[in-house]
Design a protein around this ligand. Structure first.
Ligand SMILES: [Zn+2]
Length: 313
């Protein structure tokens, strides 16, 4: 074809509950292009797949790149054998069972790796983010739900059933109904929807505020609204308790917190630190809980690194 040389680059795609985004990373691991679109979660798996392809092509069109591999971080349980979606939350229509990796491979003509979004998140943070250099760390994402990924001895610890690290669904955090159908899970205090719902309950205003989000509650807390501050305090203390549980059980004392709710780190951090100080682990090892450095890019960056490393299915 001729023309200027194209730079070999890997792309990472993050298929999240509200936004699908892509990044292109160059040889040195830096983000060289990005793009995003709303996730058509209610339109079904095919629409979500098409959006993933489009957002990848949009990011690729922002430079002269030669696509070498694509990594995807997707919500849900991913089949490690073929990169299909084994199970997904009810907010995604027709997503469970979707053959995501094989469809992307056919559409983009490069090797494709699909990984759970929280696993991709902690990979991104370990490569160029807040967990760089850490071989033992818990990644926790506070978003539509609460996700977890446990890295032990430099590798992702998935457990014999692939269920390790699901910190969002440990019980003992009150009596509210969780998205999974059970009661009192960490997610019922620390997810974005939980923060919005608990704020409305405290205010006694259930009606007419369906559009309220954790971002609005954070703004109210910063303006001195005590109900909003209390909800973030509860979320932070719950995150601290979860961190102490993990430190106590498996001696992992570093936690990186991402997801949309972590953008209110100014509101969460004091409660997290107070919670850890109030219930330190019996080992008396210090626990470090920090916010994601890569923010909205963490999942896509981690997915791109996973693809680039050639862990292809
Ligand atoms: Zn649950």
């Amino acid at each position: 074809m001729g023309g200027p040389t194209r730079l070999p680059a890997a792309a990472g795609i993050d298929i999240g509950g509200t936004t699908t985004s892509a990044v292109v990373i160059g040889d040195d691991g830096a983000i060289v292009a990005e793009a995003s679109l709303p996730t058509p979660a209610r339109e079904g798996g095919t629409a979500m797949f098409r959006t993933a392809v489009r957002v990848c092509e949009m990011a690729m069109s922002r430079g002269r790149f030669e696509l070498t591999a694509v990594g995807v971080g997707a919500a849900g349980v991913i089949d490690p054998a073929d990169g299909s979606i084994l199970a997904a939350s009810n907010s995604f229509r027709d997503w469970a069972g979707y053959p995501l990796a094989s469809d992307l491979r056919m559409a983009l003509h490069v090797p494709v790796v699909v990984e759970n979004d929280v696993n991709a998140f902690i990979e991104g943070e370990r490569r160029i983010g807040a967990a760089r250099g850490l071989d033992d760390v818990l990644g926790m994402t506070l978003g539509t739900g609460v996700g977890g990924a446990l890295v032990i001895g430099g590798g992702l610890h998935t457990g014999p059933n692939g269920a390790a690290g699901e910190i969002g669904h440990v019980p003992g955090f009150g009596n509210q109904r969780c998205s999974c159908g059970r009661t009192g899970h960490l997610e019922t205090l620390a997810s974005g929807p939980a923060i919005a719902r608990r704020y409305l309950e405290r205010r006694g205003s259930g009606n007419g505020a369906a559009e309220l989000t954790a971002v609005d509650v954070a703004a109210a807390a910063r303006e001195g609204d005590p109900a909003a501050a209390a909800v973030f305090d509860d979320a932070g203390r719950a995150v601290a308790t979860a961190a102490v549980m993990v430190a106590t059980l498996v001696d992992v004392t570093h936690v990186v917190v991402g997801g949309g709710v972590a953008r209110a780190w100014d509101l969460l951090q004091p409660a997290i630190e107070a919670g850890i100080a109030a219930e330190p682990p019996v080992s008396e090892q210090p626990i470090t809980v920090v916010a994601s450095l890569l923010g909205v890019h963490a999942v896509a960056v981690g997915a791109a690194f996973l693809a680039d490393r050639g862990v292809c299915t």
